[in-house]
Design a protein around this ligand. Structure first.
Ligand code: NI
Ligand code: MN
Length: 226
């Protein structure tokens, strides 16, 4: 699998010949100016919740591509009402077999409303599993014991977790989450995009090292082979 970081909590995973884009928030992100949003043509757009810092560029990228939106029922319905009709609604605990593998939605402890203030359902974490591997994107979440269920059910190759603190887990809780999901390969996201989520990278790396977790804090535009 190939992982490319677009800043904040936005990234592309290429797997099974498909492009999966997660939580696009690129054009409003001062730090992501070098990313050409119109060059991103995913097959799927997967959304963890409705907050603007996760959905800001959905409409633009949808129009530029043939992408299908995968998220909870309310988020898919909100975009559907705006004539973004290629959508697949799911909800917590549910799995579905797509042409790139299985998606399961799991709990995230956070909130969810759409950019216009309307109800966004409950926020989700997203697990993708196929013959190339298995990963967990935590979305925006607090640390929660529910994560142990993920470790029991899946053999994760890597996970993508927020580490910016204030609105989500900080790095210490993310390291506990890594233990709960039984996967020591963590890509940290949701940091440095605005002052509330600014982190000290070297301190974060040190905390991870003390917990024997392989933490990667990707550069914007960086691609990782996983
Ligand atoms: Ni959020
Ligand atoms: Mn967020």
């Amino acid at each position: 699998m190939k992982f490319t970081f677009f800043g904040h909590s936005s990234f592309l995973v290429e797997t099974m010949g498909k492009k999966l884009l997660f939580d696009p928030f690129i054009t409003p992100n001062e730090l992501a100016k070098e990313i050409n949003v119109d060059a991103i043509k995913p097959d799927y757009i997967l959304l963890s919740h409705g907050h603007a810092d996760h959905v800001a560029d959905v409409e633009r990228i949808y129009e530029n591509s043939e992408a299908t939106i995968i998220s909870n029922y309310e988020v898919v319905g909100w975009f559907g009402a705006k004539s973004l009709e290629r959508g697949h609604p799911m909800n917590h605990g549910g799995s579905w077999e797509f042409d790139f593998g299985t998606v399961k939605l799991v709990n995230a402890v956070h909130s969810s409303s759409m950019p216009d203030g309307s109800y966004g359902g409950n926020p989700v974490g997203i697990i993708v599993k196929n013959t190339e591997g298995c990963f967990y994107y935590a979305g925006d979440t607090a640390l929660t014991k529910d994560m142990e269920l993920i470790g029991e059910e899946f053999n994760l190759d890597f996970s993508i977790m927020p580490v910016g603190d204030n609105f989500t887990m900080g790095v210490s809780d993310a390291m506990k989450a890594a233990k709960m999901v039984r996967c020591d390969q963590v890509i940290g996201v949701h940091f440095d995009s605005f002052p509330y989520v600014a982190i000290d990278k070297s301190e974060s790396m040190q905390i991870a090292a003390e917990k024997n977790v392989q933490l990667t804090l990707p550069e914007i535009g960086q691609t990782l082979s996983l």
